[in-house]
Design a protein around this ligand. Structure first.
Ligand code: SAM
Length: 238
């Protein structure tokens, strides 16, 4: 499964005069987990999920050496695999349980999807970029994640056929909260979504209760834009 997993301070790519060296993924992964703990991730189940998902297999081979740094990395099409700390923080805030049905908007590389799939009955994930989504789905299937249901589409409209969802996670920055997503959240459910302007967003958390919707904030983040009918306008469309 883990291509490159038998490398220990070994050469992973050599081209022209440039040679990259990296730690064995398990060792680099433990270092990352230590860093996540230091930054305030305390949920052992979340940290354990990071132990199980090989992040280097969600990026291009050229980026293997950086896969366990706490940074976002390019995945093509102008998109990114999110910073591990932000993935861990959003997952921790979701307070996931085994029997939950999760909707993820913005599959990207599939890394967050794989983390979510460790916890839940089923993860429904939507990606608007067909190439990225197809690659992510292949990766998830190759790695054996069976409880993931994927489609290409505009996630700002949710996935009404499978609603309601116990948890909704949006991994791109919205200008405002799409009402469809609030409507598709189950009673007792929680949604996390970065919202604000294009350059910086607040991580907003919505809890749907009998008494109404309760909103809290969990800090500032920087995400690529959520593009769609209820998101930012598509820059490629006139
Ligand atoms: N969670 C991903 C990961 O772990 O790799 C990172 C997601 S990346 C920061 C944001 C993704 O949202 C991009 O792949 C982008 O194409 C996608 N996206 C943007 N607007 C979308 C929309 N309306 N519906 C679905 N996906 C969208």
């Amino acid at each position: 499964m883990a291509a490159g997993s038998n490398y220990h301070l070994s050469r992973i790519a050599s081209y022209h005069t440039v040679t990259m060296y990296t730690l064995k993924p398990e060792i680099a992964g433990e270092r990352l987990i230590k860093k996540l703990r230091e930054k305030g991730i305390t949920d052992e189940k979340v940290l354990d999920a990071f132990r199980k998902v090989p992040r280097h297999l969600f990026v291009d081979k050229m980026l293997y050496a950086q896969a366990y740094d706490d940074n976002a990395l390019p995945i093509g099409g102008g998109q990114t695999i999110s910073q591990p700390y932000v993935v861990a923080l959003m997952t921790q805030i979701l307070q996931l349980g085994r029997d939950q049905k999760i909707l993820e908007i913005g599959t990207g590389s599939g890394f967050q999807t794989a983390v979510l799939s460790q916890f839940s009955r089923r993860v429904y994930t939507i990606e608007r970029n067909r190439d990225l989504g197809t690659l992510a789905l292949k990766r998830l299937r190759d790695l054996g994640y069976q409880n993931v249901v994927f489609k290409v589409g505009d996630g700002t409209r949710g996935w009404v056929q499978h609603a309601p969802f116990d948890r909704i996670i949006v991994t791109a920055g919205a200008p405002a909260i799409p009402q469809e997503l609030v409507d598709q959240l189950a009673l007792g459910g929680r949604m996390i979504i970065p919202a604000g302007d294009r350059n910086i967003q607040d991580l907003e958390v919505y809890d749907k209760r009998e008494t109404g919707i309760e909103k809290t904030k969990a800090g500032s983040v920087v995400f690529v834009p959520l593009i769609g009918e209820k998101g930012w306008a598509d820059p490629g469309r006139k």
